[in-house]
Design a protein around this ligand. Structure first.
Ligand SMILES: CC(C)(COP(=O)([O-])OP(=O)([O-])OC[C@H]1O[C@@H](n2cnc3c(N)ncnc32)[C@H](O)[C@@H]1OP(=O)([O-])[O-])[C@@H](O)C(=O)NCCC(=O)NCCSC(=O)C[C@@](C)(O)CC(=O)[O-]
Length: 259
């Protein structure tokens, strides 16, 4: 958490782009406020085990701290987005009951979150567990206020996404080339790769207005810069077989004509 200030001061922010900042407590909030932030991200865990590891406190204590942050942020005119980690499974406590996640979701909205992102942090979820989760959480929230945050550790990210989309959710978290992961979720890969997400949505006839070719090039750039193989299957497939831009354009056009 300590180098978040450097990141916020270094990045070139684009107009119209949201930069939510992970804030675990008021200390973090005071630090973040010096970086001209517009949106706060609070992130309770869905399990005691992960809460202890990720926040060094119980779920209840974590919610108390996040409430302090949310109340202050809203007073200061900032937006607050909620995340819940380990919504289907926890590396320490095992399977997580959807009722508990629904309760935390309710508490986050009560604190003033405009949206709650449901995080399968270790990627153990399946379409079945996402369906069970959605049925419970939609008893306390509307689909338009929820987001899906899947990690692809077990290769279930896109099928979990489809299960969530079928409940009317329209906001999905992803990361370019599947970067990310969490220091306390041993072995968990990063988020669903944005390239795979966009390709998948093209195939469903969902127009994302995202240029798949540029996305693939951005994924290639960051993977090379980090010296890390991309987690994106689409990027890997297109990069390996199609070295130049025009071939990728053909493929991208082909998917977008599928609609
Ligand atoms: C929350 C703490 C700090 C509590 O950690 P703690 O040890 O309980 O905190 P503390 O109050 O005892 O203080 C210990 C030290 O941390 C400092 N400290 C205290 N608060 C802050 C702060 N906000 N920012 C920077 N420094 C802080 C504090 O000043 C002190 O420094 P010292 O006096 O020893 O020099 C720790 O548990 C922590 O850093 N947790 C975050 C770990 C992390 O980065 N996890 C990954 C986030 S991404 C995620 O959670 C998943 C998500 C959201 O993406 C969705 C999903 O996929 O599930």
């Amino acid at each position: 958490m300590s180098d978040g200030t450097d990141v916020m001061k270094t990045i070139k922010r684009s107009p119209g782009v949201n930069y939510p900042v992970l804030i675990p407590n008021l200390k973090g909030y005071e630090t973040a406020m010096k970086c001209n932030i517009e949106e706060v991200a609070i992130f309770p865990a869905g399990s005691e085990g992960f809460s202890q590891k990720n926040l060094n406190c119980s779920v209840e204590e974590g919610l108390k701290r996040f409430k302090e942050v949310a109340v202050q942020a809203i007073k200061d005119g900032l937006r607050v987005r909620g995340y819940i980690s380990c919504v289907v499974g926890c590396p320490y406590d095992g399977p997580i009951h959807p009722k508990g996640i629904a309760k935390i979701t309710e508490e986050l909205f009560a604190m003033g979150c405009y949206e709650v992102s449901l995080g399968d942090t270790i990627g153990v979820g399946t379409a079945g567990s996402v369906q069970r989760l959605m049925r419970e959480v939609l008893k306390v929230a509307k689909p338009e206020n929820l987001a899906l945050h899947f990690h692809d550790t077990y290769g279930q990210g896109l099928s979990n996404l489809l299960a969530g989309l079928e409940f009317g959710i329209k906001t999905v978290d992803s990361s370019i080339s599947g970067l990310g992961g969490c220091p306390y979720a041993r072995g968990a890969t990063g988020n669903l790769a944005t390239e795979d997400l966009v390709y998948f949505l093209y195939g469903l006839g969902v127009n994302t207005d995202i240029d798949l070719v540029k996305l693939i090039e951005a994924g290639r750039y960051i993977s090379n810069f980090l010296g890390k193989m991309t987690e994106s299957r689409v990027n890997r497939a297109l990069s390996d077989r199609f070295k130049n831009h025009s071939d990728i354009v053909k493929i991208a056009a082909c998917t977008s004509q599928l609609n």
